[in-house]
Ligand binder design. Structure first.
Ligand code: G6P
Ligand code: FE2
Length: 186
């Protein structure tokens, strides 16, 4: 018999580097994150082309039941007191969940339900984060190194950024040595 043998894509657990697959990278820089950070004056003083996070996604067929696999790398940095983070989103298909796996660095996964109630999970190498449906999610790098996390999510999930255009109910800022949570007053 002939059994087809494929070399699958490969992720380096230490760095999150994806190989052996058609990978598409999207980099989000400071300029693209207008209105996301609380301290607008500090944001204006940042280098507009400074990368805040890179997302590498394996190209996959998209249909009901299919899954995307990607790695998000959030660079270390702050805008004022607030740590670099992803924009964050609900899924357009609200019932769809996602799983994150921490690979390197340290940070937080900020989760918020549709009632605006927030919670955080600590992200470190090896941490597993089950994001249920109806839950917005944002990755925040609270450390001095790159924070990388692997994500798997349904291709039909989509992104809804508009619902959180006023931001999450909580902001994560430096307290000098670590992080503190602050209620947003948007
Ligand atoms: O879409 P953002 O909130 O900017 O987050 C960046 C990315 O983070 C994760 O990797 C998600 O799985 C992606 O779907 C998302 O696009
Ligand atoms: Fe998502």
């Amino acid at each position: 018999m002939t059994l087809s043998t494929l070399v699958p894509p490969h992720v380096a657990w230490q760095t999150g580097a994806l190989k052996n697959g058609p990978v598409i990278r999207k980099t989000t820089d400071i300029a693209a994150l207008a209105g996301v950070f609380a301290d607008t004056k500090s944001w204006q003083r940042c280098e507009p082309g400074q990368a805040v996070y890179d997302v590498d996604v394996l190209q996959t067929e998209t249909c009901e039941g299919a899954l995307f696999t990607g790695v998000t790398h959030v660079h270390p940095g702050r805008v004022g007191d607030e740590f670099f983070m992803t924009r964050g989103h609900f899924h357009a298909r609200r019932e769809q969940g996602e799983v994150y796996f921490g690979l390197r660095g340290c940070g937080l996964l900020l989760l918020q339900n549709e009632r605006g109630e927030a919670r955080v999970e600590i992200v470190t190498a090896g941490s597993v984060h089950i994001i249920p449906g109806y839950t917005a999610h944002r990755l925040i790098n609270t450390g001095g190194e790159i924070l990388s996390a692997l994500a798997v999510w349904p291709t039909v999930a989509g992104h809804d950024y508009a619902t959180l255009s006023d931001g999450f109910s909580v902001r994560i800022k430096t307290d000098g040595t670590g992080w503190r949570a602050e209620a947003s007053h948007d």
